[in-house]
Design a protein around this ligand. Structure first.
Ligand code: SR1
Length: 362
């Protein structure tokens, strides 16, 4: 989806939001809710209500497609299982109205907590307030709900963007023509964009020659189509800043198709086993990424929700720190998978964020 489409979707969502539409439970079940995690079993030695089991938590996604969000979900499921949480996952289809309806459904289901994963703040704030008013705890990943009662989880997007830009300067110097892949309106991309804007001011010989970006599915292919046009129009582009792995995959695909892999260097965010293979591929233009393990971020989100439900201390801002991974790191250490990456970089195995003695860390 391009920026205009994103904005138009916000408008549509808001129109629906204030209407009187109530979807029936069957329709919502058809809209993609899944049970995951444990069957709600009791956790010995845990505070209430985890000592009795049966704690329902909803994970309400805005985006579900792609490696990052699949790994995020699987990390959330694993952590939920370890905590005996009955996790209900609502699939995201980049539909703000549907995400609102799903939060409403979770409220009606009587969940103890809701994890909101991405989304459009304007269409979520009031329904999240309804949940809070009913005593339901809410934590948010990568969507700023601007509510002091909603802890915010992020990957430290400032650090993430800084790491990849430092590597770009290390490899290319501080004077180069760049392509930039960006879609406004997503909290992590906006935070990374702020770093890119400051970087360009501090490095006036870095020229942003072209900008493109879309989150239309399949994202990588849609970005590749745009990137091909940008490479043709701006043959002087040498560096591509693509701070989302789906963007980088598209930029890399287009570089390969245009026989530009030896001329371009692509810097990204995020990592998955498929990304590792793409970065390692002979002559790949994709040379570095700054990333967390999304499964770890999913686990942190569930732990944060559990701490809120147990009434235990939790920071308002919870960050999972990213690590820079270069192709050299992968090749020298013979790393082919996320599991192998975890063996080399402990930050990819586990995070100390949102932990407590009674919580088994997954
Ligand atoms: C469209 S937003 C995509 C980003 O969300 C998560 O923060 C991932 O890091 C991904 O880059």
């Amino acid at each position: 989806m391009n920026t205009a489409k994103h904005a138009s979707q916000t408008r549509k969502a808001l129109t629906r939001a204030f209407g009187t539409l109530t979807l029936c439970a069957a329709a919502l079940l058809g809209a993609g809710v899944a049970h995951a995690g444990g069957a709600g079993s009791a956790l010995k030695g845990a505070p209430a209500p985890f000592d009795k089991g049966g704690v329902k938590v909803a994970l309400v996604n805005y985006l579900s497609e792609g490696d990052f969000f699949q790994a995020y979900e699987s990390g959330a499921q694993k952590q939920a299982k370890a905590l005996g949480i009955d996790l209900r996952i609502y699939e995201g289809r980049q539909d703000a109205a549907q995400q609102r309806d799903q939060i409403q459904q979770a409220i009606n289901l009587g969940v103890a907590a809701i994890i909101v994963n991405h989304g459009l703040p304007e269409s979520l704030k009031d329904v999240v307030q309804q949940a809070l008013d009913k005593g339901i705890k809410v934590v948010a990943f990568d969507v700023d709900l601007a509510n002091p009662r909603v802890p915010q989880i992020e990957q430290s997007d400032h650090d993430l963007a800084s790491l990849l830009l430092q590597q770009a300067v290390k490899d290319n110097g501080d004077a180069f023509s760049a392509g930039y892949v960006y879609v406004a309106g997503f909290a992590p991309l906006d935070r990374r964009d702020a770093v890119w804007q400051a970087f360009k001011k501090a490095n006036p010989k870095v020229r942003e020659q072209a900008r493109w970006g879309t989150v239309d599915n399949p994202i990588a292919q849609s970005v590749a189509n745009q990137a091909s046009a940008a490479y043709r129009a701006h043959p002087d582009i040498r560096v591509v800043i693509a701070p989302y792995d789906e963007f980088a995959r598209g930029a890399s695909l287009a570089a390969g198709e245009a026989n530009l892999s030896n001329k371009l260097r692509i810097y990204s965010a995020d990592i998955s086993t498929a990304d590792i293979e793409a970065i390692r591929a002979p002559n790949s233009a994709w040379v570095a990424t700054a990333a967390t393990n999304p499964a770890v971020v999913g686990a942190v989100s569930v732990r944060a929700a559990a701490l809120e439900v147990a009434g235990q201390p939790l920071d308002h801002h919870i960050t999972v720190k990213p690590t820079l991974v270069t192709r050299d790191d992968l090749v020298k250490n013979d790393i082919h998978t996320i599991a192998e990456l975890g063996a080399k970089f402990p930050a990819f195995r586990v995070s100390t964020a949102a932990t407590a003695g009674w919580i088994p860390v997954e």
